[in-house]
Design a protein around this ligand. Structure first.
Ligand SMILES: [Zn+2]
Length: 241
């Protein structure tokens, strides 16, 4: 039985995201409600802006979390309770919807641990849905040669998150007039500096396949738009696409 998706309270959903970053399904469900009801508009113009600023993750990362929830909720509870991580949900997504519960329950009945690998192994290859090609933030297919650099975005994401963490820690320390921070008198300037660092770091983040060379190896090397990386930042994308 498919569960009904209910509308939530924006503040409460943001609280869940902040407090429970480790729980992919709770976070995914909160994100799903925010995206579906467009309640992010309370603070941001677009879903992408909300993801970038509120949860420090890309919209495609948030969309993956939402997909995990949708897959989990597409099967009855007796099967869905065995789906506890995103990898299992991702594997299950490649199984046709009407066979998902059966695949999980068969594994349980055979006392095989329900994992990404066991899910994929338990269905004949012909039955698996074609795995989705990896797409950039503009929904363009990413050429194989660029996949390694695309998958390293987390290295930059960690620094962006650290930067946001410092920014909010400094802001709350100053707002609370904590004696420890008494010599930091120009909080506005510190906030501007940190925002500037965040913006600079964001320029390193691959956002989309370069619109000039299309990431094609032969042309890419001499491409002035992406400096040979084959991918551009969101900032450069907006300027050059
Ligand atoms: Zn290029």
């Amino acid at each position: 039985m498919k569960q009904e998706l209910i509308d939530g309270d924006y503040g409460e959903d943001c609280w869940i995201i902040e407090q429970k970053m480790e729980s992919v399904f709770e976070v995914g469900a909160a994100l799903e409600r925010i995206k579906r009801t467009k309640s992010y508009k309370v603070e941001f113009k677009t879903w992408e802006e909300f993801c970038d600023n509120k949860i420090n993750r890309t919209a495609s990362y948030a969309n993956r979390m939402i997909s995990a929830v949708v897959v989990k909720e597409s099967i009855p509870k007796k099967a869905s309770r065995h789906i506890t991580n995103e990898a299992q949900a991702r594997a299950l997504a490649s199984v046709p919807a009407e066979q998902r519960a059966e695949v999980v329950l068969d594994l349980v009945a055979s006392q095989v641990p329900v994992t990404e690998a066991s899910i994929l192994k338990s269905v004949p290859i012909g039955i698996l849905s074609t795995p989705a090609t990896e797409l950039d933030e503009e929904k363009q297919e990413i050429p194989d040669a660029l996949i390694p650099i695309w998958r390293r975005r987390d290295e930059i994401q960690k620094l962006l998150s650290a930067c946001s963490l410092i920014k909010s820690a400094v802001r709350s320390a100053c707002n609370e007039q904590d004696a420890l921070w008494v010599e930091l008198t120009d909080m506005q300037q510190t906030q501007r500096d940190l925002a500037n660092i965040w913006t600079q770091l964001k320029l390193a983040m691959p956002y989309a396949v370069c619109p000039t060379c299309r990431g094609k190896e032969a042309k890419c090397e001499d491409c002035k738009n992406c400096s040979g990386r084959g991918m551009v930042s969101q900032f450069r994308w907006k300027q050059t696409s």
